[in-house]
Ligand binder design. Structure first.
Ligand code: 3PG
Length: 392
């Protein structure tokens, strides 16, 4: 029986894929083997040593201590693309909200309650205070062309915008999906200088925190409108408020409201709704559950952010799953430990990513005993060893 802890509400359609006789799932479980999480902050959490994997039902993993997990051999997954359409739709709404004074207009119209026949007259008399430009023909700069950025860029083209894209890490898959009409910005600064609208679609990390700061606001056209449905920390709030004061930023639509931004008429705060559609919640839950299930049951790694993708068809005997430091002489020591105990390897795969490597080793015999596992685990550089014995 595997135990899985959920740290946020995870869509039932996903959890229902876990057979009751094999998986126990609950929000309160003492020593789970796996965790499934959305935005719950895990940095200060004591992660039990029993945890083998953490699946982020969503895209951003900045709520998870990924480096610490890598050192402990914990595989961290996310669900790239599973909520991309949901976020794209809200970004498009953000584009319109940033252009036309829709939110102010609605609030103002609600305030006319009780004025009877005067309402329509007042509306026609004063609506001029809420005009705003069309997006068609304007330039949108999309920073980050992953699953979401590509959808936003393509959709904006269909809305008649000129689209500039910037992504130094563009993947082949993303490039396949990107319309050839999206123009490649020569640099981030060139994109910032040419755009009337900007949409952020990059993860937040040490390199991208406060990416939009005073120096970058200084490059932008006056009256720019910025959409941030990626992470609040990508923008320096202090510098943003100054840029609003200087008339550089006309509107800032953010899915990450923070106290210092609230009440500023140029800021449109949305309560982190990017992925909050039943469709996205279900897609993310299904994907994170499938990844967790096949990792627990077979050691398969798919869509990890810290370990290499790795899978192998299951043989007839026991399976060893080993995470180790990506240094020379590891495999030879593992295989020697097996050979010393007369264990025959049927099939194996070894993959690496940055500082770690991961091995799936299928052996002929159905059971590998604890003593051998301990011996392998004691080898310098081995991070984690797990065995999936065959029922005998
Ligand atoms: C993400 O990173 O996938 C989005 O920010 C959605 O976060 P949520 O799952 O907490 O809504």
């Amino acid at each position: 029986m595997y135990t899985i802890q959920t740290l946020n509400k995870i869509s039932a359609e996903g959890l229902s894929l876990l057979e009751r006789d094999k998986f126990e799932v609950a929000s309160e479980i003492k020593n789970p083997q796996a965790i499934i999480v959305r935005s719950a902050k895990m940095h200060d959490m004591e992660i039990p040593s029993t945890v083998l994997s953490i699946a982020r039902a969503g895209a951003g993993v900045n709520n998870i201590p990924v480096e610490k997990c890598t050192d402990a051999g914990i595989v961290v997954f996310n669900t790239p693309g599973a909520n991309a359409n949901s976020v794209k739709e809200l970004v498009l709404a953000g584009l319109f909200l940033s252009s036309r004074k829709i939110t102010e207009g609605i609030t103002w119209a609600q305030g006319l309650k009780g004025q009877g026949a005067e309402v329509s007259k007042t509306v026609e008399k004063d609506k001029g205070g809420f005009t705003g430009p069309e997006i068609s023909g304007k330039t949108l700069g999309v920073i980050g062309l992953g699953a979401i950025g590509v959808l936003v860029a393509n959709a904006a083209l269909h809305l008649g915008m000129n689209v500039l894209g910037y992504d130094p890490f563009l993947s082949v898959d993303a490039a396949w999906g990107l319309s050839p009409s999206v123009q490649k910005a020569a640099s981030l600064d060139s994109l910032l200088a040419k755009s009337d609208y900007i949409s952020l679609h990059i993860p937040q990390n040490d390199q991208t925190t406060n990416l939009l700061n005073a120096a970058k606001f200084g490059i932008m056209k006056k009256g720019i409108r910025i959409m941030n449905f990626a992470r609040g920390g990508l923008v320096s709030n202090k510098d943003l408020l100054a840029a609003i004061g200087q008339g550089i930023v006309e509107r800032y639509v953010t899915d990450f409201p923070e106290d210092e931004l609230l009440g500023n008429p140029a800021v449109i705060p949305v309560p982190h709704l990017g992925a909050s559609t039943p469709e996205a919640e279900e897609n993310c839950a299904v994907m994170s559950v499938k990844q967790t299930k096949s990792f627990l049951e077979d050691g398969t790694i798919l869509n990890s952010v810290n370990f290499p993708n790795c899978s192998m068809e299951r043989g007839n005997g026991a399976r060893l799953l080993i995470a180790n430091k990506n240094v020379p002489n590891m495999l030879s020591q593992i295989l020697a430990a097996l050979a010393d105990n007369n264990i025959n390897v049927d099939d194996m795969v070894n993959k690496h990513r940055d500082t770690v490597a991961y091995n799936i080793i299928d052996v002929s015999q159905p059971v590998i005993n604890e003593a051998i596992i301990k011996k392998i685990a004691a080898v310098d550089g081995i991070i984690r060893v797990r065995v999936l014995n065959k029922e005998v």
